[in-house]
Design a protein around this ligand. Structure first.
Ligand code: TYM
Length: 321
């Protein structure tokens, strides 16, 4: 089975990205599936206008993934812009894309509501994302729930293209396990770079602590019983801690005499248990920029080779060859 996902290098990666996409990719890699993972720098250009910042964030994101355990001997890992073929497929898909399909996309409307400029790139974003997926004939795409509609657009476009030109593109499925579909941020909304509510995966211990200690809680006094299901700290703890630890926290919250501050300390400890080894690995990798660059270049070559037969078939089908 071929698994593919992408992430925008448009800011620090956070627990939402980790549980929504990265962890699933790591699991697939362990199971021996064919895994394709890329840094969506073309997409990041819809919101990042500073070239130096884009370069830096792309390098950082590469380090983040490798530090988390992406293994380039098993996973094809590349920078989206190193495979320009994806733009050609995006155009060939865009000519069969109804405007209405894009006009209905929540993510576009949400970005405008958050003050982003209404550019053609932002509007056409889902078409490029469909090209990312369809170029590699992907079977399964692990993403968070916020990308569900984009996956539906991808499926629609594959079907439209196939109806017009014959069965060429594989119609992929989204993979969105319910438990990680939407990781909450420190304010309880979806964790998102653009909402300023993230718990970063890689930052100084002080910043991580500040983010965790800043999680919004209600004003139930320390002594009073608390409902774990209405507690953001607990929902994030569930992702990080073992099931015994999770049950223990739920019991303590329900019993009373256990404050939100205590729960936050437990969450911080669980964060360090889970990610300290990754943080150390990231530091080692950061000292080897040429090595990281060589992984991305090698990944791009392998991705281009995998893309070539699809693009050839598509060009032939539409009459360009
Ligand atoms: P991006 O960069 O916004 O996010 C990367 C991945 O993290 C998931 N995610 C979350 N999951 C659960 N809870 C959250 N709070 C949370 N926040 C983010 C996202 O759903 C995503 O899976 N359009 C994509 C990038 C992309 C892509 C692709 C993905 C471009 N081409 C092709 C898959 C296939 C995006 O903006 O992700």
């Amino acid at each position: 089975m071929r698994i593919l996902t992408g992430i925008q290098p448009s800011g620090q990666i956070h627990l939402g990205n980790y549980f929504g996409a990265i962890r699933n990719i790591l699991e697939m890699q362990e199971k021996g599936h064919e895994v394709f993972l890329f840094l969506a720098d073309f997409h990041a250009l819809t919101t990042v206008r500073d070239p130096a910042a884009l370069r830096q964030m792309t390098r950082d994101a590469a380090l983040d993934f490798l530090a988390c355990g992406v293994d380039p001997s098993r996973t094809i890992f590349w920078r989206q812009s190193d495979v320009p073929e994806v733009q050609e497929l995006a155009w060939l898909l865009s000519v069969v894309t109804p405007m209405g399909l894009l006009e209905r996309c929540h993510s576009y409307k949400d970005k405008l509501a958050h003050g982003k400029e209404a550019t053609h790139g932002l509007f056409a974003y889902p078409v490029l994302m469909a090209a990312d997926i369809l170029l590699y004939q992907s079977d399964l795409v692990p993403v968070g729930k916020d990308q569900k509609q984009h996956l539906e657009v991808t499926r629609d476009l594959a079907i439209k293209f196939n109806n017009a030109y014959g069965e060429i593109l594989k119609v992929p499925d989204a993979y969105i396990p319910e438990s990680v579909a939407t990781v909450p941020g420190t304010d309880g909304q979806k964790m998102s770079k653009s909402y300023g509510n993230i718990i970063p995966l890689f930052d100084t211990p002080k910043k991580v602590k500040t983010a965790i200690m800043g999680i919004v809680t209600d004003s139930t006094p320390m002594e009073a019983p608390k409902d774990p299901d209405n507690c953001i700290v607990y929902s994030i703890y569930k992702l990080l801690a073992s099931s015994e630890q999770v049950d223990e926290m739920a019991t303590k919250l329900r019993a009373g005499g256990y404050g939100y501050g205590d729960a936050k300390k437990a969450l911080l400890a669980a964060y360090h248990d889970k990610f300290d080894a990754c943080i150390a690995r990231r530091e080692e990798l950061a000292a080897k920029p040429e090595y990281v660059e060589s992984i991305l270049r090698d990944g791009a070559e392998r991705a281009r080779a995998a893309a070539a037969p699809t693009l050839r078939a598509v060009r032939k089908a539409v009459g360009l060859e």
